[in-house]
Design a protein around this ligand. Structure first.
Ligand SMILES: NC(=O)c1ccc[n+]([C@@H]2O[C@H](COP(=O)([O-])OP(=O)(O)OC[C@H]3O[C@@H](n4cnc5c(N)ncnc54)[C@H](O)[C@@H]3O)[C@@H](O)[C@H]2O)c1
Length: 296
């Protein structure tokens, strides 16, 4: 496997393109938006410069990495001659099903189709293609160049051969792959999101304030950041969408999203990306200032 296409040049897509290109794969980075592609390449360049400053790579590594990436706004053009596609487009079921239907037509039968989805069923995505045995989840973590884990999700029909190949490919990227089966939230979000939701319920019930909850989890459980701060980073809309996947997927009330989370998303308070969530981010992401709504 030498040629890879990455669909979506946002937060995750540019990171995925970066790690493949740095390991010598030829990468076609595809997005419907030219400005997203430009921003993606600018982010990769900035991250490579940071690695040079830390003396982790040389200038030559940087040019080789950037030289391995070609951008496309036309998906059919971009996926010509690739052996693997990693889809990292916006988290929306209908959009992903359309992309996989199109990929099924645009690529030959032996091309492996992977998705970086955080929560959508790989089995459902695979079912719209002509090769469900070659569809698999490759769930990278953010920021991709830094985080070691790749959660490898086997859909109902994913073959052993494809799973093994993707496990090996992830290792070649310097990552640690972990194989899991396709059930709502996989493993990462099935455990993480209910913890975040429970932190929001704890706040909603007035058990403790924002800083107190985050401090308990940081200093008591050695988490690098508290669950409410993490929710702001992930995006409260994303947290809500994943809780709904768990709630609907298992039909179990223990996964019901906290009404406070629902209210905040409805009010447009989505965390860092909207400037406010549990904390106020209008001053940047360095200092933690509790949002006025949660000040005592
Ligand atoms: N952000 C995270 O922390 C994180 C972590 C793990 C997995 N994920 C998953 O990764 C995927 C991407 O998330 P993101 O945070 O990078 O989103 P993002 O919004 O930053 O980027 C999505 C990109 O997809 C592009 N896009 C939309 N439709 C497209 C199409 N038809 N063809 C090509 N490109 C298209 C958009 O223009 C945008 O540039 C989602 O499935 C998400 O669940 C995200």
């Amino acid at each position: 496997m030498k040629n890879v296409a990455v669909i979506g040049s946002g937060t995750m897509g540019n990171g995925i393109a970066h790690v493949f290109a740095q390991k010598g794969y030829k990468v076609a980075l595809i997005d419907i938006s030219q400005s997203a592609l430009d921003k993606g390449v600018a982010t990769i360049t900035k991250n490579l410069d940071r690695m040079i400053a830390k003396e982790k790579i040389s200038e030559a590594d940087k040019s080789a990495t950037l030289g391995n990436i070609t951008t496309f706004t036309d998906m059919k053009e971009g996926v010509k001659d690739v052996q693997l596609v990693v889809e990292a487009a916006t988290e929306n079921v209908d959009l992903k099903l359309k992309i996989f239907r199109d990929l099924s037509e645009a690529t030959s039968d032996d091309v492996i189709l992977a998705s970086n989805t955080s929560s959508i069923s790989i089995t459902q995505i695979a079912a719209v293609t002509n090769r469900p045995d070659k569809v698999i989840g490759m769930h990278f973590m953010n920021p991709v160049p830094v985080m070691k884990l790749v959660e490898i999700i086997r859909g109902y029909s994913t073959s052993d051969e494809v799973t093994n190949l993707i496990m090996e490919t992830s290792k070649k990227l310097g990552k640690v792959p972990v194989e899991v089966n396709d059930y709502p939230g996989f493993v990462a979000n099935r455990i993480l999101m209910p913890m975040i939701n429970e932190a929001i319920i704890t706040l909603h019930e007035g058990v403790a304030g924002v800083e107190e909850i985050d401090t308990v989890m940081k200093l008591g459980m050695a988490h690098p950041m508290g669950p409410l701060q993490l929710a702001d980073f992930i995006g409260l809309d994303v947290c809500l969408a994943i809780m709904n996947v768990l709630y609907e997927g298992f039909g179990n009330p223990k996964y019901a999203p906290c009404p406070l989370l629902v209210n905040m998303v409805t009010a447009g308070k989505r965390g860092v990306k909207s400037g406010e969530g549990f904390y106020s981010w209008t001053h940047g992401t360095k200092d933690l200032i509790v949002s006025d709504n949660f000040k005592k």
